[in-house]
Design a protein around this ligand. Structure first.
Ligand code: SF4
Ligand code: SF4
Length: 392
């Protein structure tokens, strides 16, 4: 079947407005009964990157989660809200509590009776169909669910340009194993392939994106917020991400996951080929939505095995953005120290200090720093080449 993506306008997070938009988007796909049967365990895989309030625009908004919970319950399903948050929040009961409280999901559970996941166990499973990743650790509740509903948030990402449905599923990997993946998958193309492998393993029945307020610029933690005003729904993570990038005016083939998905024949590479229901992409287009400052062209350079092997450190230093902690903004909280897969950040004199010789430019530290204290800077040579080659 040709992939369909429902687009429904949703101007704000008032609960009745969100309830209507979420219902309408799922109805356009045939209604909740197409996805949930009575008695089924339904896991809502939200984006809980950090323990931050919904107004920061980092996590899936609780109003959207509540709307989906109510529909699942209406269909007779048993909703369970789950995620393994980003590296700054340990995947422990205490870490989950901190995240649920800050994000408003504790209150959603209290209001609706939905369950929150407290089980921090995981299992290593094999994925023979995986293109790159044949074995991986997955959190237990995902493996035990009858149905997975993926609930990403529309945000930019300094490394992937865009983080949506495909990237959201990285949260099924338990906390510590994420860091290992970052260290293993140094090449962005490999990382994108890994995300597609996780998507094909988890196979969410439904993807519902919170694109009411998105994040532009250097997301996914500290970019400026931007009204996008829509809820998107689809059976297909790749098709939904493609439409979302179309709405914010990005070239989908510059998003590593979408580029690799097209190369693997998971979609055609043209947003126009995706069937939209409800509003059209043109109707909800957001002009001048700011991409991240990192150019995807840098991915191609880093992906060249010869250059990487022989000139890796030089290329890394000059042709990638360097994460630079800023005195004055750094509170020495240590989140980046805990989340760095290379374990090369130390706190010296109340400032995070990075050993650049071993930095793989995964930008986990930038992603995890909710103080916005890590700037991404280019060397003089990198800036020159970037300008000459037409980078922005
Ligand atoms: S840079 Fe400073 S404020 Fe940011 S996560 Fe690291 S220690 Fe915390
Ligand atoms: S310092 Fe930052 S960018 Fe470098 S390896 Fe550590 S987390 Fe990744």
């Amino acid at each position: 079947m040709t992939s369909q993506v429902a687009i429904v306008k949703c101007p704000d997070y008032r609960q009745p407005t969100v309830d209507r938009a979420v219902r309408e988007s799922i109805d356009l796909l045939g209604g909740i009964s197409q996805f949930v049967q009575p008695g089924q365990k339904v896991l809502l895989k939200v984006n809980l990157l950090s323990a931050t309030p919904p107004e920061r625009g980092i996590v899936t908004h609780p109003a959207v989660v509540e709307a989906v919970v109510k529909l699942v319950q209406e269909a007779g399903g048993l909703p369970l809200i789950a995620d393994s948050p980003g590296g700054s929040v340990p995947y422990t009961e205490a870490g989950l509590r901190r995240t649920y409280e800050a994000s408003g999901l504790l209150q959603v559970a209290e209001r609706t009776g939905a369950a929150l996941n407290w089980d921090t166990s995981y299992e290593e499973i094999s994925h023979p169909e995986g293109f790159l990743v044949k074995r991986l650790e997955v959190i237990k509740p995902v493996l035990e669910a009858d149905v997975v509903i993926s609930m990403p948030k529309l945000k930019t990402h300094v490394l992937f340009t865009f983080t949506g449905a495909t990237k959201n599923l990285f949260g099924v990997v338990p906390g510590f194993a994420k860091a290992v993946f970052h260290a293993r998958m140094r090449n962005v193309t490999h990382f994108a392939l890994m995300l597609l492998d996780i998507t094909s393993l988890v196979k969410p029945a439904l993807v519902l994106m919170d694109a009411v307020v998105g994040m532009e610029g250097d997301g996914p933690s500290t970019g400026p917020l931007r009204d996008v005003g829509v809820i998107l729904a689809s059976r297909d993570s790749v098709a939904l991400d493609a439409v979302a990038t179309g709405i914010v005016g990005f070239d989908p083939l510059k998003v590593p996951t979408l580029r690799e998905a097209a190369a693997r024949g998971l979609w055609t590479g043209r947003v126009d080929d995706v069937v939209t229901l409800g509003a059209s992409v043109d109707e909800v287009l957001v002009p001048d939505f700011q991409p991240p400052s990192a150019s995807p062209r840098e991915d191609a350079t880093m992906g060249n095995p010869f250059l990487t092997r022989h000139f890796g450190p030089l290329i890394t230093d000059h042709f990638t953005l360097r994460p630079v902690p800023q005195r004055g903004r750094c509170t020495a909280c240590g989140d980046c120290v805990a989340g760095c897969p290379q374990q090369i950040i130390t706190i010296v004199d109340s400032l995070a200090v990075i050993d650049y010789d071993q930095c793989i430019r995964c930008y986990c530290c930038h992603e995890l720093c909710t103080e916005g204290a890590i700037d991404l800077e280019r060397s003089w040579l990198g800036s020159l080449v970037h300008r000459v080659s037409g980078g922005r």
